[in-house]
Design a protein around this ligand. Structure first.
Ligand code: ACO
Length: 438
């Protein structure tokens, strides 16, 4: 049993399940924040029945010590530290260390971590050639997952998930190289020369120079942009068992290597119901602007079930009160735009949309609030990051969370391959029909 499960089991009570005349006692585990979970691991072996829970709305796939969130109260903590405190006091690399290794780093540990990351920021020169093969209008998320998957072909020395040294070097390579892979995807899309990473710069500063510097002129890194970027990456860094993190765990559970697992996580994040919502949200705000800023029309459309349209950046599977990340981001967004005297009509539309929806019975009843993606795109726009790169930024932010969960899973002595069951509803047995008789 892993340490978290062991702790929870110590505090266990019993839940009773009645199937017909038979009563089954199931351990009721209690987490460190008093969350309760019924342990059904022996259910099928004892009763022959399985549980059915589409979308895993009620299903805990794991006992984890990485991130705690309480959707009813709007609480998010990485390794016990409130997101508000981390956002106010740390940079993204410090938070990454916390998530992956479990504790805030001491000064020398943090310095060693930063140095190690700097040493691994370049891509193998042959990898640059991949970019020649992608169409110029390829979506950068597709490039990101392809190139991350391809890291396993270049680093065959570090693919063994059971070897801690190989895992450690793969973690460093991934965090260090992901911004380089991402910035090259952007430069490719606009036909500009790629910028090598610069080891004299911090993580976010370096990313901005790789994204925006030109060989023809001096590029000045804007400290406001660096601050906003750090903050955005921190609030995206982990969110317990979300779709992409569960994907990374699922793929990793088969003992696939870390690069393959993370490439799969990037694909899961791409979807508009998950990480792709930031891009979809700005697209929606743009559309409202072009349509004469008629916010009410779009709120009505979102309520109309026959329409299929949803307010992007609104609603969350877990948060049913407010998303604490959205609160932090909205304030950063407001400050950044004010400080830089940026008058972005999209921000005004977003605020009006938020206010209209939050006062509308449909959204109140369903507890739908702006999520992390509602304002993040407005900040990315202010920094000059193109819309197609928004979800890529989310991936860079989420990477330490994926790594922390992958590592936690592999460090657990109770790790098993993830393999859900199903309830079969197809045809029962029937006889094969020859082709000429169908
Ligand atoms: N606009 C309008 N109605 C909505 C919205 C929305 N954005 N979100 C949910 N609803 C409605 C649903 O139609 C449903 O109504 P009903 O009960 O009358 O059928 C009800 O609210 C519950 O919605 P579900 O889809 O069942 O909630 P679920 O937990 O499965 O989905 C999700 C959560 C995917 C985030 C959903 O709210 C959504 O599609 N939001 C828009 C996309 C988005 O912003 N995604 C980013 C999520 S955050 C992240 O990944 C970082």
């Amino acid at each position: 049993m892993n340490p978290v499960a062991e702790r929870t089991a110590l505090m266990s009570k019993v839940a009773k399940l009645q199937i017909g005349d038979e009563t089954l006692e199931l351990p009721l585990l209690v987490g460190t924040e008093q969350e309760q979970a019924i342990d059904i691991s022996k259910l099928r072996a004892t009763t022959g029945a399985i549980t059915l829970d589409e979308g895993y709305v009620n299903t805990g796939s794991v006992a984890s010590g990485v991130t705690f969130l309480n959707g009813e109260e709007g609480i998010l903590r990485y390794r016990g530290y409130p997101i508000e405190q981390l956002a106010a006091n740390c940079d993204f690399i410090e938070v990454s260390y916390l998530l992956i290794y479990g504790e805030l780093p001491a000064a020398d540990e943090l310095s060693r971590f930063r140095t190690s990351l700097r040493r691994h920021s370049m891509l193998h020169e042959d990898m640059r050639l991949f970019y020649d093969g992608f169409p110029r209008d390829a979506h950068p998320m597709a490039i990101l997952s392809s190139v991350v998957g391809a890291l396993s072909t270049f680093y065959q020395d570090s693919l063994d998930p059971a070897d801690p040294d190989q895992v450690e070097i793969s973690i460093l390579r991934l965090i260090a190289k992901l911004p380089t892979i991402a910035a090259y995807a952007h430069k490719k899309s606009i036909g500009q020369p790629f910028n090598y990473p610069r080891n004299d710069l911090e993580y976010c500063d370096n990313f901005l120079q790789m994204m925006f510097a030109l060989p023809t002129e001096e590029y000045e890194i804007d400290p406001d942009f660096v601050e906003a970027l750090n903050l955005l990456l921190i609030v995206h860094a982990d969110h317990e068992q979300n779709c992409s993190t569960s994907t990374v765990r699922m793929v990793g559970s088969s003992d696939a290597n870390l690069f393959a697992s993370v490439a799969a996580g990037i694909c899961a994040l791409w979807g508009p119901l998950h990480g792709g919502a930031n891009e979809a949200c700005v697209g929606m705000l743009e559309k409202i602007r072009e349509d004469g800023c008629n916010v009410k029309k779009y709120v009505e459309m979102a309520k109309d079930k026959s329409n299929g349209f949803r307010l992007m950046g609104f609603g969350h599977r877990v948060y049913k009160n407010f998303d604490p990340r959205a609160t932090i981001i909205k304030e950063t967004c407001r400050k950044l735009l004010a400080k830089r005297s940026i008058d972005d009509p999209i921000f005004d539309i977003a605020q009006e949309l938020e206010e209209t929806a939050l006062n509308d019975e449909y959204f109140i009843e369903r507890k739908l609030y702006p999520n992390v993606d509602f304002y993040s795109g407005v900040i990315y726009r202010a920094i000059g990051i193109p819309m197609s790169m928004f979800t890529v930024l989310f991936a860079i932010g989420r990477l330490p969370g994926w790594l922390a969960h992958w590592k936690e899973m592999h460090d657990s002595p109770t790790k098993r391959i993830c393999r859900p069951r199903q309830m079969y509803t197809g045809a029962t047995q029937r006889e094969f029909i020859e082709l000429d008789q169908r």
